[in-house]
Design a protein around this ligand. Structure first.
Ligand code: SAH
Length: 626
């Protein structure tokens, strides 16, 4: 997990900063550091000067003995949520000590950047960094989660250090990492990510992280005070077992945008406010007309349609309720998702929760666990169910031994994919496994076809494309109306086999599968011929099986029409598995070797050569005039 603040480097350093020095040498170093902190003032050290800038500067850098700094700042320290970052440097700039505000203040990050800049060393003492573990407070902030019970943070941090991982229950779609393991049982979780006020009757021993996902629609009479509005919002949230910390924004009619009580309430908590015209509100279907609202504002209703419009939800989480002068309705942000009632929560008398289930289409590489990316390993660990084909599952046995496994035969891909989609729709997090890369002769395409064709699913593909484009390109999870789908790449046979052979794919290459189970043999021949005549290096997948002994012979015949019998050929069987076999031969002799369904065959182009047991296709550097 990345424990660093995602905000980019310059952002933290361009905040107001102060560089304190005592000696001339210190002043010289401060001048140098000014380049790194463009928005900084250099200040000759005096303790009063420190108190003056304490609350206005984000970063305080001291070039002096740490003892002086500790004595000076001691009376100013309030808490890690508000204190600035404090970094201490020796005069030579050899050490940058992160003294205070290591995580939330950003001092660890700044100390590292200063050390990089001066060629010195950063001194970091926060336990999570030393042990390379995630800092939960930082992780929460990066994921827009609000920590509710800060007092539990040190305990949770220690637990993480001792156990090496934490169990997390989340009723929203959120990506976890290997140190934060998902559980479906809130009782066994260390961290609960939910907008539900309390998941248990007893006192919380869990760390609650609140997603900001509630949109509060508000209608109120003119002159209603801020206190009355605040009380109404809080009591309706409490009645519905929802956390005030999960409030994302307020929605209302434009006519109320200058209502003093409403303004004071939203400013007090820094809530965003979204307003709509009466026409916009009246266009929302299925809203019950209120005569009083209509008379006063021209809108048939305010709270409900405003909450729906601002959230994009189709349904309200809490229909309107009136307390005194205030009407309130609540919707979930961005929730045109499936709303299901979790059984575990239903038993506890809670109302609806949003469950965004996930389907990971995971590539597990050529065979061994080390060749599965850490990201894919995490997806597998965080899944409830693993769906796959027997052989591939055996290869990753270690990773999946305590999971529910649905295994099918090799040719039952359609069943496998359907089953995976059904399981994901039932609310489980599912990984469907492919060997190699899931997008190369594997499951990814089929899953999408099934999603596309499935009547029940009605994937809102236009919407997902929109949302993907409007955000940044690193957004890998696509939201359908019901499930999140993510394709997780793996090392394909072509990468693994090429690596074993040397560098045969350095120039343009074509992959052709010799399996005619889903492609006609005619078309395969056509492609073989085209690739050969265009002098592509050719990678042959599925070269031979029980039912297709002759295909590799025919393929070789076609290629031999255009390439010399000496053209290098590499055959790799079971790359990166226990019984791996690497053969380097040529077109003339290739059929003397064992080629089976666990093999990939790579045929060189006219330039490919052999050198000391390696197969190499030149890129052309030798011909390039320097
Ligand atoms: N999705 C897989 C390919 C599946 S098709 C991938 O990206 O690698 C199955 C074919 O892949 C096999 O017939 C063989 O040609 C090739 N293959 C898969 N794993 C292999 C391995 N470890 N070594 C050599 N070839 C392999």
């Amino acid at each position: 997990m990345n424990t660093e603040n995602k905000g980019n480097k310059t952002e933290v350093r361009s905040q107001p900063s102060a560089l304190f020095y005592i000696t001339d040498k210190g002043l010289m170093l401060a001048k140098k550091l000014k380049e790194l902190f463009p928005n900084s003032q250099m200040v000759k050290f005096k303790s009063e000067a420190v108190s003056e800038v304490w609350s206005e500067c984000k970063n305080l850098i001291f070039i002096m003995a740490a003892g002086i700094v500790v004595r000076t700042i001691a009376p100013l320290i309030k808490g890690k949520r508000t204190d600035p970052a404090v970094v201490v440097l020796d005069e030579k700039g050899e050490y940058a000590i992160s003294l205070l505000g290591g995580h939330l203040g950003g001092a660890n990050k700044i100390a590292k950047e200063i050390a990089d800049f001066l060629g010195g060393r950063a001194v970091i003492t926060t336990a999570s960094d030393v042990n390379n573990l995630p800092a939960i407070d930082l992780w929460a902030r990066e994921n827009n989660l609000v920590v509710e019970n800060w007092d539990l943070l040190p305990k949770i941090g220690t637990l993480l250090l001792n156990k090496g991982f934490l169990k997390v229950y989340a009723d929203i779609g959120i990506k976890l990492t290997d140190k934060l393991q998902k559980t479906d049982n809130p009782e066994t979780a260390d961290i609960l990510i939910t907008n539900k006020n309390n998941l248990f009757a007893h006192t919380p021993i869990h760390l609650y992280l609140r997603p900001k996902n509630l949109i509060i629609g508000i209608g109120c009479n003119s002159g209603t005070s801020a206190d009355e509005i605040e009380d109404a919002v809080k009591s309706i949230l409490a009645e519905n077992n929802l956390s005030f910390l999960s409030v994302y924004s307020i929605a209302t009619i434009d006519k109320k945008s200058s209502e003093p009580g409403l303004i004071a309430f939203t400013e007090k908590y820094g809530f965003k406010v979204k307003t709509f015209t009466s026409d916009e509100l009246n266009n929302v279907k299925g809203v019950v007309k209120s005569e009083a609202a209509f008379k006063a504002t021209g809108a048939k209703a305010v709270a409900e349609p405003a909450a729906l419009l601002a959230s994009g939800a189709k349904k309200l989480l809490v229909p309107k309720q009136r307390i005194g002068n205030v009407t309130i309705a609540i919707a979930l942000k961005g929730s045109n998702e499936l709303q299901v009632t979790s059984n575990k929560l239903k038993n506890k008398g809670s109302s609806l929760v949003t469950r965004h289930s996930s389907l990971y289409i995971v590539g597990t590489g050529p065979g061994s666990i080390e060749h599965i990316t850490p990201y894919a390993q995490n997806a597998i660990r965080n899944s409830d169910v693993i769906v796959g084909y027997g052989t591939y599952l055996e290869l990753i046995q270690e990773l999946i031994k305590d999971k529910e496994v649905v295994s099918t035969g090799m040719t039952q891909e359609i069943d496998r994919c359907k089953r995976a989609v059904e399981l994901a729709m039932s609310g489980k997090t599912v990984s469907i496994i492919s060997g190699g890369d899931p997008g190369i002769y594997a499951m990814a395409g089929l899953v999408f076809e099934i999603l596309k064709n499935s009547n029940e699913l009605q994937v809102t593909s236009n919407k997902s494309v929109e949302s993907r484009e409007s955000k940044n390109s690193s957004l890998v999870t696509r939201h359908s109306s019901l499930i999140d789908v993510e394709v997780i790449p793996g090392i394909s046979a072509l990468n693994a086999c090429a690596a074993r052979l040397g560098a045969p794919l350095m120039h343009d290459f074509a992959c052709i599968s010799l399996s005619n189970r889903l492609t006609s043999w005619d078309l395969i021949e056509k492609r073989l011929e085209a690739a050969t005549t265009a002098d592509f290096v050719i990678v042959l997948y599925n070269p031979k099986s029980m039912g297709r002994q002759g295909h590799i012979n025919k393929a070789r015949d076609i290629i031999l029409r255009y390439r010399t019998p000496e053209t290098p050929v590499g055959i790799v069987k079971s790359a990166m598995r226990e019984n791996e076999k690497i053969i380097i031969t040529n077109l003339k002799d290739m059929l003397d070797h064992d080629i089976d369904m666990q093999s990939t065959v790579i045929i060189g182009n006219s330039q490919t050569f052999l050198w000391e047991g390696w197969m190499i296709t030149p890129r052309g550097y030798a011909n390039k005039k320097q």
